[in-house]
Design a protein around this ligand. Structure first.
Ligand SMILES: Nc1ncnc2c1ncn2[C@@H]1O[C@H](COP(=O)(O)OP(=O)(O)O)[C@@H](O)[C@H]1O
Ligand SMILES: [Mg+2]
Length: 412
């Protein structure tokens, strides 16, 4: 028996990256642009597959098309100030530019006159930082100066490369802070739109939660035109089937047979949400691998067992952090007909009257804001809401059901 092939977990490369063909085709189109006019925003809820799509597919496609790809995760720290942003960019550049000859010390372009022995100055972090600091003006002017220099040097040292892609994950962490007079997001957008209008082949690939694009547009309205937005959805029926079955090609017949008969059921349980596919398949695989050769199609109890484990690992922590009133509101949402899609405040208010937990318009609005801050819901560009946690509506219905049966039984 081989090891369990399935990989539930943030950024864990799946055994087989299913679907996403339309996204890859669209990205290929972006790779062909000269000059670069459009950048990419890759967005979607947690666990939908943004990180693995970037790392496993888009990166590969870019490199095969002669682009230089540098990627990093945007931590909260990077978003603190414009200078942090600048350092992030220079650090990314440094990963491939550090060997490039910038000048020899005879020319001492940065005033390194007291360098003891004759040596070549490379375009490494230190040189870039010196260039950055000596350039007068705003942080965005300084960054542009360094990036324009990088462009010149790239043409000399890597003439076969088409350009440089900066691929930043968790980019929703970038934020302007007017209180501190720090606008890293604005600076980033200014720098790239200005360089691109000069024909410099730099492209941004920003990946993040659904809050990302509204944030970009909130910082600079022209961001609307700068980005092609790809929203990742659950895998469709066929692609989910492949995510389940393809990793099993080298497995014993019995495992394949089990998963063949379970394939539809797994789709029904996960709705094609990639993290859940990996989760269910991993658990089921362990179950069949242990039970072989006695496993049969009845598999009594296993679905309930995995379901409980998923509730426990995935939902309960989030649920526990909510107040009773927040749970009530989510309960109302879970009973909307369109609870797994987009819904409006008005729909919530109407539904709440039916269930006897009436919320006023302003109260519902205010609670939605706190639920948004807690990462339980997202608001899209058109003012509609979606649950940020997949299948949360099902969990809530299950949970409320158990709670109410608990209550009934305690009255016995
Ligand atoms: N296209 C796919 N096919 C199969 N599994 C996938 C796919 N996309 C994501 N996954 C799995 O889903 C989980 C979440 O993926 P991840 O890229 O971390 O999501 P995100 O970055 O959107 O939060 C991982 O376990 C990953 O292996
Ligand atoms: Mg991710």
């Amino acid at each position: 028996m081989t090891d369990n092939p399935y990989r539930p977990g943030a950024a864990h490369a799946p055994p087989y990256l299913a679907g996403r063909d339309a996204e890859r085709r669209e990205f290929s189109r972006l790779l062909k642009q000269t000059p670069v006019l459009e950048n990419l925003v890759l967005t979607g809820i947690r666990g939908i597959g943004k990180t693995v799509l970037m790392r496993a597919a888009l990166r590969k496609d870019a490199i095969e098309n002669s682009w230089i790809w540098v990627g990093s995760d945007i931590s909260e720290a990077v978003s603190v100030s414009e200078n942090h942003l600048a350092r992030r960019l220079l650090t990314d550049l440094n990963t491939f530019s550090a060997d490039w000859e910038y000048a020899s010390d005879e020319q001492h372009p940065l005033g390194f006159t007291n360098v003891p022995e004759r040596r070549t100055i490379r375009f490494d972090y230190q040189t870039m930082m010196a260039l950055f600091e000596q350039e007068p003006g705003l942080v965005s002017d300084k960054i542009k100066r360094v990036l324009l220099e990088a462009w010149q040097l790239m043409q000399k040292h890597m003439p076969d490369k088409k350009g440089i892609i900066f691929a930043w994950d968790e980019a929703q962490n970038l934020a302007d802070r007017s209180a501190d007079n720090e606008y890293p997001l604005g600076v980033l957008l200014d720098v790239f739109s200005s360089l691109q209008s000069q024909g410099a082949p730099f492209m941004l690939v920003l990946s993040g939660l659904p809050t990302l694009f509204p944030k970009l547009v909130g910082s600079r309205t022209y961001a609307e035109r700068m980005f092609r937005v790809m929203s990742l959805d659950n895998l469709n029926h066929e692609d989910s089937g492949e995510a389940i079955s393809k990793p099993l090609e080298k497995e014993p017949e019995q495992i394949k047979t089990f998963f063949n008969s379970a394939n539809e059921g797994i789709y029904a349980l996960t709705k094609g949400y990639p993290y859940f596919i990996q989760f269910w398949c991993r658990e089921l695989y362990d179950y069949v691998a242990d039970a072989r050769p006695f496993v049969d199609k009845k598999s009594t109890g296993i679905i309930e067992r995995i379901s409980r484990k998923l509730d426990n690992d995935f939902f309960e922590g989030r649920w526990a952090r909510l107040t009773d009133r927040q749970r009530d509101l989510l309960g109302v949402i879970a009973h909307l007909e369109n609870s797994d899609g987009e819904f409006t405040v008005q729909e919530i208010v109407n539904q709440s009257k039916l269930t006897g937990q009436a919320f006023s318009n302003s109260h519902a609005n205010q609670m939605l804001t706190t639920l948004f801050d807690r990462g339980m819901i997202f608001k899209n560009r058109h003012g509609k809401y979606v649950l940020a946690v997949p299948l949360l509506d099902q969990y809530i219905r299950r949970h409320m059901h158990t709670e109410s049966t608990d209550e009934t039984s305690s009255h016995d």
